[in-house]
Design a protein around this ligand. Structure first.
Ligand SMILES: [Cu+2]
Length: 386
């Protein structure tokens, strides 16, 4: 089990203090100096005494019980934190096979000028890894991430959030230019709220609950992707997949009973699981598919709540990468692109040779924790290498 060693908090910034014996020695030295008139000798003694005092003070800083007990009120974190990484239910392979993968396919853009989006927030249990259940605040019918919203530049989005949960929630669309205190306001339990924004900025964006503490609301599953197609379409792609990367911080292993959020782990950025589309390794068990020679487009959003995703497809190079979701230009021939928490990017790969091509966050601790999938090109023989 990975865990941090308990470590002392930052060393005290209090200046070194001379112990009382130092003060006594000072007086003694002064007395002696006055008595014998050998001030030079006394000065040498004082310097040595001060050095000793500093050493003592440093030693004391290192050995004093500076306990790292948490103080929830000021956000401090108590280390070590117990990790449940890799703890699945028994027969994990069977459970993974039985768990249907989240549909990553980009849905079509709705017709018309106005796109109505309705989401109902619900307190619900979802599975985040084989046999690992978690108490989310998530979107009814979807879990986490929420539904993929796909519109075209210039369309009006009408968002209605219905709060079917127990506490206030809200929804913040990064694709909108709108006063957040009005549009992204808290919606009380049992209430609905509707606002509109025009999607004038093409890109791939995150949406999420913005209710405080936002760290908790995102960590509990309140996030998703909104894709705004540019008015001038991107080059044709044969497959378009949406991957929302996120991490999970568990209060227990989630096997015997559903886990909830461990806020200390969230603050310490020590996730138990990291995922694409909410479930560890789901596209390893149920790969995304393409035919040789197809152009495959990935829309990647890093939902966090805190960690970035370093997107990379093993065995190929991005033919086009719209970095940071800047749809006005793409980079060519790049290997790995950082997608910041709260950001998005678009990637094209064209793979001619049949095979199993892993897509990962190349920050490889994330792969160990579940942020990896496979793109199956053609009908290859043999398994994957990662
Ligand atoms: Cu919320």
């Amino acid at each position: 089990m990975a865990s941090y060693q308990a470590s002392p908090q930052y060393p005290s910034t209090t200046p070194d203090r001379e112990p009382s014996s130092g003060v006594a020695l000072k007086i003694l030295a002064l007395f002696l100096g006055l008595a014998v008139g050998v001030l030079a000798i006394a000065a040498v003694v004082l310097v040595q005494t001060a050095d000793d005092a500093r050493d003592e003070a440093k030693a004391a800083t290192g050995t004093t019980d500076q306990s790292a007990h948490s103080d929830a009120a000021n956000g401090a974190v108590s280390l070590p934190l117990e990790s449940f990484a890799g703890k699945t239910g028994e027969n994990a392979e069977e459970l993974a096979l039985a768990h249907p993968a989240t549909n990553a396919a980009l849905p079509a853009v709705p017709a018309g000028e106005l796109v109505k989006v309705q989401m109902t927030l619900k307190d619900m249990v979802v599975e985040v890894a084989p046999g690992v259940r978690y108490n989310t605040w998530a979107f009814d019918g979807h879990g986490a991430p929420g539904p993929i919203v796909h519109v075209r530049e210039g369309q009006m989005v009408e968002m209605t959030l219905t709060n079917g949960g127990a506490i206030p929630h809200s929804i913040d669309f990064h694709a909108a230019r709108i006063a957040p205190n009005i549009a992204f306001r808290d919606v009380a339990p049992g209430e609905s709220f509707t606002f509109r924004f025009r999607a004038n900025d093409p890109g791939v964006y995150m949406y999420h609950c913005g209710t405080k503490p936002v760290l908790a609301h995102i960590a509990n599953g309140m996030y998703g992707a909104i894709i705004v197609d540019p008015a001038t379409p991107l080059p044709k792609a044969d497959h378009e997949y949406v991957l929302v990367a996120s991490e999970w911080y568990l209060s227990g292993d989630g096997v015997s009973e559903p886990a909830s959020l461990n806020m200390e782990k969230a603050r310490a950025m020590q996730p138990d699981w990291t995922t694409f589309n909410g479930y560890a390794n789901q596209y390893v068990t149920h790969p995304l598919v393409a035919d040789p020679g197809d152009t495959v487009r990935f829309y990647v959003v890093a939902a966090g709540p805190t960690l970035d995703t370093d997107f990379h497809v093993v065995g190929t190079i991005f033919d086009r990468a719209w970095v940071n979701g800047d749809m006005t230009q793409f980079q060519q021939g790049v290997q790995t692109v950082g997608v910041p928490a709260g950001g998005g990017a678009v990637f094209d790969v064209k793979i001619d040779q049949p095979g199993m091509y892993p897509f990962v966050s190349h920050a490889f601790a994330h792969v160990d924790l579940g942020q990896v999938g496979l793109l199956k090109v053609g009908n290859p023989k043999g398994g994957s290498t990662h």
